[in-house]
Design a protein around this ligand. Sequence first.
Ligand code: HEM
Length: 413
Amino acid sequence: MRSLPPEGFNPFAPGVMDDPYPAYRELRESCPVHFSPQTGLFFLSRYEDIAVLGRDRNRLVRGSSLTGQFEEFRGTALHRILGPNLFGLDDPDHGRLKRLIVRTFTRGRVAELVPRIEEVCAGLLDEAALDPSGGVLDLVPVLGHPLPFLVICEFLGIEPRDRSPFLGWTHQVLPIADPFPTDEEKRLAVEGGAAFEGFFAALIAERRGLLRRCLPLPPGLISDLVKIAEEDGERLTEDELLSLAFTLLVAGFENVTNLIGNAMRALCENPDQQQALRAEPELLDNLADEALRYYSTTQYNLREAAEDIELHGVRIPAGSRVVLLRGAANRDPRQFPDPDRFDLRRRNSATNVGFGEGATHCTGAALARLEVRIAFRELLRRCGTFEIDRFRTGPTKLFWGPRVLSAAYGPHS
Ligand code: HEM
């Protein structure tokens, strides 16, 4: 059955991303390099193309594929936090900024967080007062959002005095990461951007003040970055510091929130896999990757062709905007046999491209995997079989996960 409309694939049209998988299948099989005149974008959908071209920084660059979208906001607070954002940069700026953060995300630093993540997770589930005889868990507000949010705040060294506004600001800003936001989405993003900028500008000024008075800074990545910016403004400018703080906070929780929600959705839809997980707890190690492969939380990333590219008989002219459809690649049967099966015993789930690849691979992947493992270990320990009670996807396309997921759970045996 044809899933693509005659005018071509357009993930930004209403409803298309509610279930993009039939269209992805058709793209992969019939037109692996698909130009959609309506959007002016080239879409790549096969695993190998994305895995190879995604790391080829001579042929595909970030260019202005993302930052170009933010130009119309120049002069606003929103542009201050998004303009120099790491996700839109190429070398040498990308390498310079990335080096500043990767060394703080070492295996050892992440492993040290285990007891604290366990404590936060247990505390949140205690607060939810789950009924041992069964009930309904509203996953996103109870665990999916607060767990990664509290963890990233601690990692960055932000005291979440009141975490409620951050979620609202984030949902105001994120829709403009998609290429065709509506006027209302733009208006809300400008508002959310101003709120974030105000928060981080004050935080950074406070830390600089402490440093100048030779007082100790609170621990965490933001203090480390403030020291670097203060010592050497060429290594990290004031605007980059602001943008990095914002990017790390939002990248650090929104994707993990979605992955926890997507993993729960996949488990509810596949009771045999829930059973397998309870019988063989070591399968938890593969849950984050298989859930990310099956329901990718980052459905796509944008790039720009740095030169003319010939692929599957199609010419992508230099300067074109190219969309790497990660969600489609992660269901490519050439890489993942029987790809529409959610299978925790799959041996190569971790080769999914949901965390990116090469020099732009996700800095927080190990942290995200850890949070998912701890969250589900604790959920399975406290609750019986989960089933979907209420479900609604989020409104954005790039960041893909449930906005509402209530799971009915049975008594724990
Ligand atoms: C399920 C969780 C996550 C997913 C699915 C995810 C996904 C991704 C993807 C696909 C990219 C590559 C973007 C591109 O190719 O342009 C990326 C990059 C990145 N991620 Fe994550 N991410 C997750 C969690 C996190 C966490 C917890 C952090 C921690 C702060 C984080 C920080 C970053 C950063 C800093 C980059 C930029 C890398 C660069 O430009 O070189 N992510 N992530």
